[in-house]
Design a protein around this ligand. Structure first.
Ligand SMILES: [Zn+2]
Ligand SMILES: [Zn+2]
Length: 244
């Protein structure tokens, strides 16, 4: 039987999640997790990112939850945004230092700085709905992510979810940089097919819920089924407690 010891990817009302920090921690405890990261979207998301001016309150809520549940390990995390083809992210290295763990992913709705950012979003959206321009979006997305992996991040979230990528190139660079790739319950990426392509590389993974409500914390069954189908060695998944 598989058991998760940590869920490193959960959202609260500080971004687009439903629960409070405490709601998430209570749910994690009920699920038997040892470790929970509160990882709301960062302020470079134009619609629902954590407001910069709320950051201190965010930290205080996490610290208070830690005091209430001293037996849990509660991490100050953030899911920052890859902004465009240059791989820029919306947190400075100084800002990153304030968090225990940095997740990073490409999302629609991140703030647009220039025509390149806009084109990347438009071509991905167009591809998603029509299938057009596959080769070009793979090239743009892969280049953006490879550059984003130069930042001091810990986890690349749901690679390929908003548009196709060269997952082998990304996984090789992540392996070199010691960055973990995420197998995400909510977004279905990494997919079984992606896992099959990269399972033999010397690379670590996390399995996470990406919960946007407390009830979904620790829920990873579909993503876990995908791991089993791919044949990925479960020892490479850092937050599994025990496997058969
Ligand atoms: Zn995300
Ligand atoms: Zn997320």
């Amino acid at each position: 039987m598989m058991r998760l010891k940590a869920d490193y990817h959960t959202h609260t009302h500080y971004s687009d999640g439903k629960g409070t920090v405490l709601d998430n921690v209570r749910a994690a405890k009920k699920r038997g997790l040892d470790t929970l990261a509160i990882s709301d979207h960062s302020w470079g998301h134009g619609y629902f990112g954590l407001k910069k001016e709320k950051k201190n309150q965010y930290f205080e809520d996490i610290e208070e939850a830690q005091r209430i549940f001293p037996d849990m390990n509660i991490l100050k995390a953030i899911e920052c945004n890859i902004l465009g083809p240059d791989g820029a992210v919306d947190l400075t290295p100084e800002e990153m230092k304030e968090f225990d763990i940095i997740l990073c992913g490409y999302h629609f709705g991140s703030k647009i700085r220039n025509a390149g950012d806009l084109m990347m979003h438009v071509s991905n959206a167009l591809h998603k709905f029509t299938g057009l321009g596959e080769k070009r979006v793979i090239k743009t997305n892969t280049k953006a992510i490879l550059r984003a992996l130069d930042h001091p991040i810990d986890v690349l979230t749901h690679p390929g979810d908003k548009g196709p990528v060269d997952i082998v190139a990304i996984a090789k660079k992540a392996a070199q940089r010691g960055i973990k790739l995420e197998i995400n319950q909510r977004h279905k990426h990494l997919t079984t097919e992606q896992l099959i392509q990269i399972k033999d590389l010397d690379l670590e993974f996390i399995l996470s819920s990406d919960a946007h409500s407390p009830e979904a914390i620790g829920e990873v069954e579909k993503a876990y089924a995908s791991i089993l189908s791919s044949g990925l060695d479960r020892k490479k998944i850092v937050n599994l407690k025990e496997t058969l």
